[in-house]
Design a protein around this ligand. Structure first.
Ligand code: TXA
Ligand code: MG
Length: 347
């Protein structure tokens, strides 16, 4: 599928920008285009067209059974994609759209055969990004869009990341600058008896519960079979990743660094002081939100700097920290929560 990939920057008025018109036209022709959202860049195509959907799966090398999220211009389009939109769904749509919340609802017929794969539900959201919204409106279609990375790689949060993975595989990338949120939307299943968070995101279970008047079942690893995408190892840089929990004491940490000392190139994401003798590529996030925004960028950057072994400090799992830890666990080769875990690795 070697083709020329064009990169166009969108100006301050997406409504009238010719690049937006070009993207919409390509999509109407059944082609796929990478576009910015507030979370990560998406690879967008006509959700009702089986050929466009095949192109999305092929460009990303996505496993065939992993369904796609459909993106709407506004909640008034909900009835296009589902013929059983509950009161809860309308309430959450009114409260959080446009924004990083994806709702799983019973699917309307035309989409079951395209983006839902074998499921009878559909995942849907309204992205909070003027470029993406302008392309939806100009195309007159609803758009399937997974993250615009090769399957298994960290999601792209800049147009350059998209090109890293998909150059030569898609016709067009619209550059709208870096994404504001940096990790993917919360996925909330409303098709069962109780709302269930299938993928945690920056809109937390508590926030959803407050808007709904009913707390969703919280994200647990056990929920993985309900959201096909969460089965796969995800978000992985090339480096071997060691995720180190807060209960690991200084002595055990030192043993880990000694163990890594003879490795060629080490990196660290965290705020602890490191032994002076070590040469380490270090990134110190200032907050959970800061790390969420920059995590995928940092992971890709560590690869670019040739880091082969990367140590990451776990973050507090309260609030939005839960979604960050979900992504960090998936990126990790080794999850080291105790002194014993470090011993097992280093002896
Ligand atoms: O923030 C986001 O959600 C980004 C931007 C581009 O909108 N999109 C995104 O798409 O992260 P993707 O394809 O990388 O992840 C979609 C997730 C997968 O875990 C998939 O399995 C799940 O949503 N999903 C899609 N349809 C589903 C359904 N009907 N039931 C349960 N899970 C579903
Ligand atoms: Mg993805």
């Amino acid at each position: 599928m070697n083709m020329q990939t064009r990169l166009l920057t969108v100006g301050s008025d997406p409504q009238t920008d010719p690049a937006v018109g070009e993207a919409a036209q390509l999509i109407r022709q059944g082609r796929v285009v990478a576009l910015p959202t507030e979370t990560v860049y998406g690879l967008a195509g006509n959700a009702a067209d089986p050929e466009a959907v095949s192109r999305i799966f092929a460009a990303k090398q996505r496993p065939e059974d992993n369904p796609l999220i459909v993106h709407l211009a506004g909640p008034e389009q909900l009835d296009l994609v589902s013929n059983r939109v509950s009161e809860s769904a309308r309430k959450l749509a009114a409260a959080f759209w446009p924004g990083p919340l994806t709702l799983v609802l019973p699917a309307a017929e035309p989409f079951r055969r395209t983006i839902c794969r074998s499921l009878d539900t559909i995942a849907v959201r309204v992205p909070d990004h003027p470029i993406f919204l302008a392309v939806i409106r100009r195309s007159g279609l609803v758009l399937a869009a997974p993250s615009a990375n090769l399957s298994g790689r960290p999601s792209p949060t800049t147009a350059a990341h998209v090109l890293d993975d998909l150059n030569g595989r898609i016709p067009l990338v619209l550059d709208g600058g870096p994404c504001r949120v940096g990790i993917e939307s919360t996925v909330l299943d409303l098709s069962g008896d109780r709302p269930a968070v299938l993928r945690p995101g920056m809109i937390t279970a508590d926030t959803i519960g407050a808007a709904l008047g009913q707390a969703p079942v919280r994200f647990e690893p056990g929920a993985e079979n309900r959201s096909p995408g969460t089965r796969y190892r995800h978000y992985s840089p090339d480096a071997v990743v060691y995720l180190v929990g807060p209960a690991v004491n200084q002595a055990a940490r030192s043993r880990l660094w000694t163990h890594l000392a003879d490795k060629k190139h080490t990196g660290y994401i965290g705020s602890q002081a490191l032994p002076e003798s070590l040469e380490v590529e270090k990134e110190t996030p200032v907050s959970t939100g800061d790390l969420a925004r920059r995590l995928y960028e940092i992971l890709r950057d560590m690869d670019r700097r040739g880091v082969t072994h990367l140590v990451i400090d776990a973050v507090d799992e309260s609030g939005a920290g839960l979604s960050l830890m979900d992504r960090l666990r998936r990126a990790a080769t080794h999850v080291l929560l105790s002194k014993e875990d470090i011993d097992a690795l280093t002896t």
